[in-house]
Write a protein that binds this ligand. Structure first.
Ligand code: ATP
Ligand code: MG
Length: 442
C-alpha cells in the first residue's frame, strides 16, 4: 500500500514526475495556421461551447519534428454525446474506446474525451477490455502510450502542454513509454507494434526500459483480433518508412508466429522481392504518389506462395493449373486466418494468376494480354520477380520491348518468340468436320 502511494507522489525512475510544462510558441514555433483548417475549427468550436479542447497525439509530435501530420486527433472534456450534439456532421464509433468522428469538408477529425479515473475493465492477463470512464487532462496524458504522443496543443494560445517530458524526448530522439512499460504492453500488446512503427518512422531509438520487455510480451499479440493486427501491420507497410520499421522489428527481437505477414517480412532478406516492393512503396509514398495495397501484399507473400505453386508443378501439374490450385489452397488462409479484406486479396490473386501467361509469347495471346485491365500491375510484378531471381530477366525484357513496339514489330516478335510452354495455353483443336461439298451443275 505504502509502496503504491509512494509511487504516486514520487517522481518516476527517470526523475519523470508528472509535472505540467507549458511550452510557449517561442520554443515550439507551431503556429495555429500550421494545423489543418478542420482541426482548428473543431477546437475553436468546442472552446466556444465552454469545453477544453486540444490537438493531441501524432499531429503535435509530427509538427515538432517537421513532418506533415497524417491525421488530426482532438482531446476534450466534452463527452462523446456532447461532441456529437455540437457537430452536425459527426458520429460516435468504437465500443472499447468510444470516439467521435467529426467531418469538416473532406477531413475527418477524431475527437476523444479525456480518459481517466478507475473502472478500467481488464481480463485475467491484464489486457484492457473496456475503458470508457472519463477524467482530467492529466489522467488522459497518463493513459497515452509514448511521451512524444502525450502533447496537447492549444491553437488559440499557441501553447503546448507537456506532462511527461515529451518535448525533451523528441529532442533526444527517444521513444519512451509512459509508466511501467511491461504493464503497458500487458494492457495492450498492440503498443509493441506501435513502438516498432513509430521508432522506424521517426528515426527514434526505443529507450532501454521501453525496449526491454518487448521480446517477452510480443507473444501476447497472437491473442489480439486478427483484423486489428492486420490494420496495424498495414500501418507499418504504408507508413512511408516500412524499410526502417523492418529493421526495428529485427532489432527489437519480435518472435515468429505472431502473424504470417510479419513472418514473411521477418524472413525476407534485404534483396528479396518484399524488400524491393517496400523500398518502392516508401519512395512513392514520400513523393505523395499512390500505391496499390494488393500489389504490395502480393510481393510480400510471393515467396511463401511461389513455393506452394512450384510444389504443385513438381507434382506434375501444368503451371497455370498449378497456380489456380495453389491460389485455392491459400485463399482461406489469407482471407479468414490473416484478416486480409477480400478487395485486396482479389488484386493479389489476379496479379499472381497472370504470371504463367507471360510464358506464352507465340501467336495472338500476347496481344490479348496487353489489353487486359490487370496487365500493367501483373507486368510490374513480373519485372519485380525478374529483379529478384524469381523470373527470367530475358522474359521481362521481352515484355517491356513488346509493349513499346509498333504493330508490325509486335507481330514479328510473337512469330519468332520461343515456343509456348508445353500443353498449356494452346487450345486443343476440335477435329474439323469434313464439309460436304456439293457441286451443282457442271
Ligand atoms: P500516426 O497517426 O502518425 O499513425 P499517432 O500516434 O497519431 O500516429 P493514432 O493511432 O492516430 O497514432 O493515435 C492517436 C493518439 O492516441 C496517439 O498519439 C496516442 O496518444 C494515443 N494512442 C493510440 N493508440 C494507443 C494505444 N494503443 N495505447 C495508448 N495510447 C494510444
Ligand atoms: Mg494520428
Amino acid at each position: 500500500m505504502l509502496k503504491k502511494w509512494l509511487h504516486k507522489v514520487l517522481p518516476g525512475k527517470h526523475g519523470r514526475g508528472v509535472r505540467k510544462q507549458i511550452i510557449p510558441y517561442a520554443e515550439h514555433r507551431i503556429g495555429a495556421d500550421m494545423i489543418s483548417f478542420a482541426a482548428e475549427k473543431v477546437v475553436r468550436r468546442l472552446h466556444n461551447e465552454g469545453f477544453q479542447a486540444y490537438v493531441v497525439g501524432g499531429a503535435v509530435r509530427d509538427l515538432l519534428i517537421g513532418l506533415e501530420p497524417k491525421d488530426y486527433d482532438v482531446a476534450t472534456d466534452a463527452t462523446p454525446e456532447q461532441v456529437r450534439k455540437i457537430f452536425r456532421r459527426s458520429r460516435i464509433i468504437g465500443r472499447r474506446f468510444q470516439i467521435v468522428h467529426v467531418m469538416v469538408g473532406p477531413e475527418t477529425i477524431e475527437v476523444t474525451t479525456f480518459r481517466g479515473g478507475g473502472n478500467v475493465q481488464q481480463n485475467e492477463h491484464g489486457r484492457i477490455m473496456k475503458d470508457n470512464t472519463y477524467g482530467s487532462i492529466e489522467q488522459d496524458a497518463e493513459r497515452r502510450d509514448f511521451t512524444c504522443n502525450a502533447l496537447y496543443y492549444d491553437p488559440i494560445r499557441q501553447e503546448i502542454l507537456d506532462f511527461h517530458h515529451g518535448t525533451a524526448d523528441i529532442r533526444a530522439k527517444k521513444l519512451v513509454m509512459i509508466g511501467n512499460p511491461a504493464a503497458r504492453y500487458q494492457e495492450d500488446p498492440v503498443r509493441i507494434l506501435r513502438a516498432v512503427r513509430l521508432s522506424g518512422k521517426l528515426g527514434f531509438e526505443v529507450e532501454k526500459d521501453t525496449a526491454a520487455p518487448i521480446a517477452a510480451y510480443a507473444g501476447r499479440l497472437k491473442q489480439e483480433p486478427v483484423a486489428r493486427l492486420f490494420d496495424e501491420i498495414m500501418k507499418v507497410l504504408f507508413s512511408g518508412y516500412a524499410v526502417q520499421c523492418l529493421q526495428q522489428f529485427r532489432k527489437l527481437g519480435l518472435p515468429e508466429g505472431i502473424h504470417p505477414l510479419l513472418d514473411a517480412l521477418l524472413k525476407e532478406s534485404s534483396g528479396g522481392i518484399a524488400a524491393k516492393a517496400l523500398e518502392n512503396t516508401d519512395r512513392r509514398l514520400r513523393a505523395d504518389k499512390s500505391v496499390s495495397v494488393g500489389f504490395v501484399l502480393a510481393a510480400v507473400l510471393w515467396p511463401q506462395f511461389e513455393s506452394r505453386w512450384q510444389r504443385k508443378i513438381s507434382d506434375g501439374m501444368k503451371p497455370a493449373a498449378a497456380m489456380n490450385a495453389a491460389i485455392n489452397d491459400f485463399r482461406d488462409d489469407i482471407e479468414k486466418g490473416w484478416g486480409v479484406p477480400q478487395r485486396f486479396s482479389a488484386t493479389m490473386r489476379e496479379i499472381w494468376q497472370f504470371q504463367p501467361s507471360f510464358e506464352h509469347r507465340r501467336g495472338a495471346r500476347p496481344h490479348r494480354l496487353l489489353a487486359q485491365s490487370r496487365f500493367r500491375a501483373a507486368y510490374d510484378f513480373l519485372v519485380l520477380r525478374s529483379e529478384t531471381g524469381s523470373a527470367d530477366a530475358e522474359l521481362a525484357k521481352w515484355w517491356t520491348a513488346f509493349q513499346h513496339a509498333g504493330e508490325e514489330e509486335r507481330n514479328g516478335m510473337t512469330a519468332s518468340a520461343p515456343q509456348n510452354p508445353e500443353g498449356s495455353g494452346k487450345r486443343r483443336r476440335r477435329p474439323k468436320k469434313k464439309k460436304l461439298v456439293v457441286v451443282i451443275g457442271e
